[in-house]
Design a protein around this ligand. Structure first.
Ligand code: ZN
Length: 160
């Protein structure tokens, strides 16, 4: 409680930036809820390992951390999400020692299945959605995410 976590030396690379940064149970007043803070690196670990189903080793490489560090990040993320679900708290995604990975910078959305993904600079525009095969694709503005991320890094000090 109230203890500030030691800062890791290396920035953790993240590719994603959540669209929604604050979740709360419906019908409960905000001030009655204890807030849990999920850092952007924890969010990224969940995305890579649990959503994209990458092996931890591969996910660790993408985030530029050791396999063991990745394990710590994702364990912490799982604990926080379980706490959020079971104890009726609010969840904010914020902070963490992260840097946006510039190499994967063009983001597309499929208007048919709403799948979003990033494509590295220098490669051609994808012809179809990797998820459903539709060609109803649109590019998402890249700047927005980076600006929002820049403002939100490094200011999450709430630890459980
Ligand atoms: Zn699609």
């Amino acid at each position: 409680m109230g203890k500030k976590m030691a800062r890791p030396h290396k920035c953790r690379k993240v590719f994603s930036n959540p669209e929604v940064v604050h979740f709360k149970p419906a019908g409960v007043m905000m001030q009655e809820l204890e807030e849990i803070c999920l850092t952007l690196d924890e969010f990224e670990a969940i995305r890579l390992a649990d959503y994209d189903r990458l092996y931890h080793e591969e996910a660790a490489r993408k985030m530029n951390v050791s396999r063991q560090t990745f394990g710590n990040i994702i364990n912490s993320a799982h604990r926080k999400i379980a706490d959020f679900l079971i104890n009726t708290k609010s969840l904010r995604i914020n902070g963490g020692v992260v840097e946006m990975n510039e190499s994967e910078d063009r983001h597309f959305i499929c208007y048919d299945c709403k799948h979003k993904w990033g494509v590295a600079f220098g490669t051609t525009k994808p012809g179809k959605c990797p998820q459903c095969g539709s060609n109803n694709l649109h590019r998402l503005p890249a700047e927005r995410g980076r600006n929002r991320l820049g403002k939100r890094t490094g200011n999450c000090i709430k630890e459980q």
